[in-house]
Design a protein around this ligand. Structure first.
Ligand SMILES: C[S@@+](CC[C@H](N)C(=O)[O-])C[C@H]1O[C@@H](n2cnc3c(N)ncnc32)[C@H](O)[C@@H]1O
Length: 652
C-alpha cells in the first residue's frame, strides 16, 4: 500500500489524532437581529424548544473551535470549503488604511500579530532538536493539516463534500494526507477542480504559476449532493441534437421525418472542472485588504454544485469572509471561523454590506479557551483541587508579570507585582475586571504605599502619613506627586483579559477620590502560547478611550462620537504622520440602544468601505417608550481592535 508518512503521524504504532477539548461558545455580539426575533428565540429557549438557527462568525483557533463544534454538529455539515494558510507573509499580514488622508487613504501593511505568528509556528515551526533529526516544516504542516481534516471529516454529513484550496507546492502532500483519511475506494470517481487564474503571464525561465487546485472529497462517494451547472458557451453554435439509440447502443444524431439531422442553437454547456476565474482586482471595490482573498465566483460555483438552499456550509479559515458572504447570498446557512481579529472584523463588515442579510452572531471561546490554556500550561501537584488551582494561578501570574517585565511581590490580596514605581495587578483568566475589583485594588495600593509593603523594602517613618487618612492625603497633593521614598507611587497597572464596561470612567473617579492613578492594560491574546512569547516582545496596550455625547429630545436620542484615543504603536511611523484627527482611526462603530448587561446587540452601525471611505460620527434613534436606557457604543479601529463605551440616557 502506498502511504504518505510524516513525522509524528504514528506514536507506538498508533496514528495520532487532534486535540479534542470541547469548549462552550460565547456569543459576544448579535448582528442584524430585531428585538422581536430575540424575544422569540428567548421564549423558545426558555420553553426547552429548539431555537432558530443563527449563522455564526467565530473568532478563535480552529484547534479549539472545530472540536467544540463536534458535539452539536458531527455529521451535519453539508459543505466545507477551506483555504488554509500556506505562507505566513500573505496569510497573516493585511493592508490597513489611514482613511481621509490627502485625497485617498494611506495604506500600510499590518504585520502578523503574535497570536498569528503563533498559529504560523504551530503550523510550520520545527524545534532545533527535531530539525537535527531531519524533521522539516512540511512534516509539521501536514501534521497540522491532517489534524484539521480529521475533524472536518467527522463534521461532514453523509452527503457532504469537502473542498480544499491548495497551491501547487503543497498539492502532493495534501492529496496524500486526504487520501489517507478518506480512503482510496473508487479512485476513478474522484475529481478535483483546477482553477485557472486569468492573469498576465510574466516572462520567466519557469513555466508560469497560473493555476491552483481545489481538492474535492465526498464523505461517501456516490452519495454526495451534486448539481450540474450550465455555463454560457463562448460562441453560440448550431449543434446536432443527439439521443441514445438502443439498437446501435450508442448516441446518434436525431433526424427529422425527411431524414435531415436536427440542429439546435447552443448557448450553454455543462460546466467542466477547469474554471477560469478572474482574480479579485487590487483596486476593485470588493477588495478587502486581504492578499489571499478568493474570488466570489469560485465559491458561487462550489456552493451551487455541492449544496442546496438551506444547507450548512463551514469555512474554518474564512479570512476576509468570502465563503460566508457567498453562502449568505445563495441562501445557505454558514459557520465561519478565523484566528485573526482583523479577519473577523473584515468579514463582519463585508456581510453587513449584503442586502437582506439574515441575523448572525459573533462568537468566541473566551474564558473557556483561557481556562483550558491555564490548565495545560501550568501543571500543578497540589493535594486537592483548591491547592492545585492556587498553584496554577500563582504560576500563571508569575508568567504574566514576567512578560510585563514586572517584579513579583507577595503578601497582598490584590497586588501581584511592581514596575517602574507602580503596583501591578494581574486579573484572573476567567473573569472580567469589575468596578468592585478596581476599587479594592486602588484601596490596597494606597494601603501598601502607606504601610511600606509596596515591594521596595520598608517605608521610612513619616512618609505617606496620610495614607489612611483622607484629610492628610488631600494635603499631600496630587497622586502624581504621591511617591514614597522607595520610589513607589500611588499608582497601579491593572492587567486584564476583559474589562467590565466603564472601568475607564471609574478610574477617573477613583483617581479623584482616592488619589490612586489607575491604568488598564489588556493582556494580549497572543500570550496564550508560552512558546510564542519566547521570541516576541509582548505588548500590553492601554485600553482605548472613547468619548460619546448623548442628547435626548423627547424620545429621540442623538449620539455623537466626540473623541477616540488608542495607542498607535502598531501603525508605522510614516502612516502615523497622516493622522490629522483621531476619528480617522475609527473604521466602524455600532450601537446597542438598549443594552441589558448581556450580549451586545448591534442595532445600528456605520463603517468605511473602499467605495465610501467617509464615516458619519453622529446618529439618531427614536425610542418607542420613554424611560431610562443603557446605550452601548462599540468602536472598531482600523486594525480591528474594539473599544466600548456605555452611556445612561433618559428619554421621553
Ligand atoms: C489563505 S487565508 C483565507 C482567505 C479566504 N479564503 C478569503 O477569501 O479571504 C487563511 C486564513 O486562515 C487563518 N488561520 C490561520 N491559522 C488559523 C487557525 N489555526 N485557526 C483559524 N484560522 C486560522 C488566517 O488568519 C487567514 O485569515
Amino acid at each position: 500500500m502506498t502511504e504518505l508518512i510524516w513525522d509524528g503521524k504514528y506514536k507506538d504504532g498508533k496514528k495520532q489524532g487532534p486535540v479534542r477539548i470541547a469548549l462552550p461558545f460565547q456569543t459576544i455580539e448579535t448582528v442584524n437581529e430585531s428585538a422581536q426575533d430575540r424575544r422569540r428565540n428567548l421564549e423558545l429557549f426558555a420553553s426547552g424548544r429548539s431555537t432558530e438557527w443563527r449563522n455564526r462568525l467565530i473568532w478563535g483557533d480552529k484547534k479549539y473551535v472545530l472540536p467544540s463544534l463536534l458535539a452539536e454538529l458531527a455529521g451535519k455539515i453539508d459543505l466545507i470549503y477551506i483555504d488554509p494558510p500556506f505562507d505566513t507573509g500573505a496569510d497573516f499580514s493585511f493592508t490597513a488604511t489611514i482613511p481621509e488622508a490627502d485625497s485617498e487613504g494611506i495604506e500600510f501593511t499590518k504585520q502578523p500579530s503574535l497570536l498569528e505568528q503563533k498559529a504560523y509556528r504551530d503550523t510550520w515551526g520545527v524545534d532545533p532538536e527535531d530539525r537535527q533529526r531531519g524533521v522539516t516544516s512540511t512534516d509539521r504542516y501536514i501534521k497540522w493539516f491532517y489534524e484539521t481534516a480529521i475533524i472536518l471529516r467527522e463534521l461532514l454529513a453523509e452527503n457532504g463534500t469537502l473542498y480544499v484550496h491548495c497551491n501547487q507546492t503543497m498539492l502532493p502532500f495534501l492529496r496524500g494526507a486526504l487520501d489517507d483519511l478518506f480512503g482510496l475506494e473508487k479512485p476513478h470517481e474522484r475529481r478535483d477542480l483546477a482553477l485557472r487564474e486569468q492573469t498576465e503571464v510574466q516572462l520567466s525561465k519557469l513555466l508560469p504559476r497560473d493555476w491552483e487546485c481545489v481538492l474535492v472529497y465526498a464523505r461517501s462517494i456516490g452519495n454526495q449532493t451534486f448539481h450540474h451547472q450550465l455555463v454560457p458557451v463562448k460562441e453560440v453554435q448550431q449543434q446536432a441534437v443527439v439521443a441514445w439509440d438502443p439498437i446501435a447502443k450508442k448516441r446518434i444524431a436525431k433526424r427529422d421525418e425527411s431524414g435531415d439531422i436536427i440542429y439546435e442553437t447552443r448557448t450553454e454547456k455543462l460546466m467542466g472542472s477547469v474554471w477560469t476565474i478572474p482574480i479579485v482586482h487590487p483596486i476593485a471595490h470588493e477588495r478587502t485588504g486581504y492578499d489571499t482573498q478568493k474570488p466570489e465566483p469560485l465559491l458561487e460555483g462550489i456552493l451551487k454544485v455541492s449544496s442546496n438552499e438551506g444547507d450548512l456550509v463551514l469555512d474554518c479559515f474564512v479570512g476576509s469572509g468570502t465563503t460566508a458572504a457567498v453562502a449568505e447570498k445563495l441562501g445557505r446557512r454558514w459557520i465561519a471561523c478565523d484566528i485573526g481579529r482583523f479577519a473577523i472584523h473584515t468579514a463582519r463588515k463585508r456581510l453587513l454590506g449584503i442586502r437582506g442579510l439574515k441575523p448572525f452572531v459573533v462568537q468566541n471561546l473566551g474564558k473557556y479557551e483561557r481556562q483550558a490554556w491555564q490548565v495545560a500550561e501550568f501543571p500543578s501537584n497540589g493535594k486537592n483541587y483548591l491547592e492545585e488551582q492556587h498553584q496554577r494561578e500563582a504560576a500563571y501570574r508569575r508568567f504574566i508579570l514576567d512578560l510585563y517585565r514586572a517584579t513579583p511581590i507577595a503578601g497582598h490580596a490584590w497586588l501581584h507585582g511592581t514596575k517602574g514605581g507602580r503596583m501591578v495587578h494581574v486579573a484572573a483568566v476567567d473573569a472580567p475586571v469589575t468596578q468592585a475589583d478596581v476599587k479594592a485594588i486602588a484601596r490596597e495600593t494606597w494601603k501598601a504605599i502607606g504601610t511600606g509593603k509596596g515591594g521596595g523594602g520598608e517605608k521610612k517613618e513619616g512618609s505617606f502619613a496620610g495614607a489612611q487618612d483622607d484629610k492628610a492625603r488631600k494635603a499631600e497633593g496630587s497622586f502624581a506627586g504621591a511617591q514614597d521614598d522607595r520610589g513607589m507611587k500611588a499608582a497601579v497597572d491593572i492587567l486584564g483579559w476583559e474589562f467590565a464596561l466603564e472601568v475607564n470612567e471609574l478610574a477617573k473617579n477613583v483617581a479623584a477620590e482616592s488619589r490612586v492613578d489607575v491604568s488598564f492594560k489588556k493582556i494580549p491574546r497572543e500570550v496564550l502560547e508560552k512558546k510564542a512569547v519566547e521570541q516576541g516582545d509582548v505588548r500590553f496596550f492601554e485600553l482605548g478611550a472613547l468619548s460619546v455625547d448623548a442628547k435626548a429630545k423627547g424620545r429621540e436620542l442623538t449620539l455623537k462620537v466626540t473623541d477616540f484615543v488608542i495607542p498607535t504603536d502598531d501603525i508605522p511611523e510614516e502612516a502615523r504622520k497622516a493622522i490629522k484627527h483621531r476619528s480617522q482611526l475609527i473604521d466602524y462603530w455600532a450601537v446597542d440602544w438598549d443594552f441589558k448587561d448581556d450580549t451586545f446587540h448591534n442595532q445600528w452601525q456605520a463603517y468605511r468601505t473602499r467605495k465610501e471611505p467617509k464615516i458619519e460620527l453622529e446618529t439618531k434613534y427614536e425610542y418607542k417608550e420613554g424611560g431610562k436606557y443603557q446605550v452601548v457604543v462599540k468602536v472598531i479601529d482600523i486594525l480591528g481592535n474594539d473599544t466600548t463605551k456605555t452611556v445612561e440616557v433618559v428619554v421621553g
